[in-house]
Design a protein around this ligand. Structure first.
Ligand SMILES: O=C(O)C(=O)Cc1ccccc1
Length: 283
């Protein structure tokens, strides 16, 4: 029986593209927002949720991290990295006059990825945040009487019958986005592709604020020669100045040294939660 894969929709988002590539034979279900998609995996409506986590230019998608930590503690069972190309799309009737658009709609990350283009070619034009790039393309399609544009990909242009009037408008060419695959429990992700590596994501909260606290945490990884590929702090939302750390450790948690590091951190009074140990794929 096919698995149900939920993704940030509507059809033709970058998330959808990643899902089509990775899960070509499964049932794919779009959700309007990242929380809706994560909730659906938590309540069993779908088997896996695929949501954006981090962009090479704009950084983390905070809603994904925060929702996972504070609302629905699912497990990360895979990571998919894909290249991202952003284009400017308008209704075909507006293709000649795109420079006169009154507003540009897109996901906030996509708008930020294109700030140089917007600032030079569409200076002063209002930008409007949407839940995804293809939601913006759909909105432009559904409102032909408005002189507006969307930033989205080619699939969205095709799906919603829009014209691509400027290609590759993202500022930095090495534009990649990471998506995570979430599941109710730790499990092996059935994948036809070969992973390029394995990774474990840890969430660490320190017992109190004292000199060298973070240094001690990092030392537990350093002397075991466990390589960290990312460290990020997010507010605990319990008051200003209180943070937790998200740390990506290269390799599987099955490696004995990772368990040793966890025990050492717990002995120091840290609270440690593993968000997942999983394979990483890129296309
Ligand atoms: O909006 C989309 O298409 C997404 O899948 C999220 C996103 C937004 C901007 C860059 C990459 C992914």
């Amino acid at each position: 029986m096919s698995n149900k894969i939920g993704y940030l929709g509507p059809e033709a988002t970058f998330t959808h593209m990643a899902v089509n590539h990775f899960f070509p034979n499964e049932i794919r279900v779009p959700y309007a927002t990242i929380p809706d998609c994560i909730d659906a995996a938590a309540n069993g409506e779908i088997d896996y949720a695929v949501v954006p986590l981090e962009n090479a230019i704009e950084g983390s998608v905070n809603i994904t991290i925060d929702y996972l930590i504070h609302e629905q503690p699912l497990t990360i069972v895979g990571e998919i990295t894909v290249p991202v190309r952003q284009h400017l799309l308008v209704h075909p009737d507006r293709a000649e006059t795109w420079k006169q658009v009154r507003a540009v709609y897109s996901h906030p990350h996509a708008i930020a990825q294109c700030h140089k283009f917007l600032n030079s070619e569409l200076k002063g034009v209002r930008t409007e945040d949407m839940t995804s790039t293809s939601a913006a393309a759909k909105f432009v399609h559904e409102n032909p009487e408005q002189h507006i544009a969307a930033i989205a990909n080619e699939a969205a242009a095709e799906k919603y019958g829009l014209s691509v009037v400027r290609q590759d408008i993202h500022t930095h060419q090495n534009n990649h986005t990471k998506f995570i695959v979430l599941h109710k429990q730790q499990s092996y992700l059935p994948a036809k592709h070969k992973p390029y590596g394995e990774k474990t994501t840890w969430m660490i909260t320190m017992p109190s604020d004292y000199a060298g606290a973070l240094y001690q945490v990092l030392a537990a990884f350093a002397w075991r020669k466990l390589n960290l590929s990312k460290i990020e702090s997010r507010p605990m939302k319990t008051g200003l100045g209180r943070y937790f750390f998200l740390i990506d450790v290269e390799g599987s948690y099955a490696e004995v040294l990772q368990n040793g590091a966890k025990m050492e951190l717990e002995a120091l009074g840290c609270s440690v939660t593993l968000l997942g140990t999983y394979s990483c794929f890129r296309f």
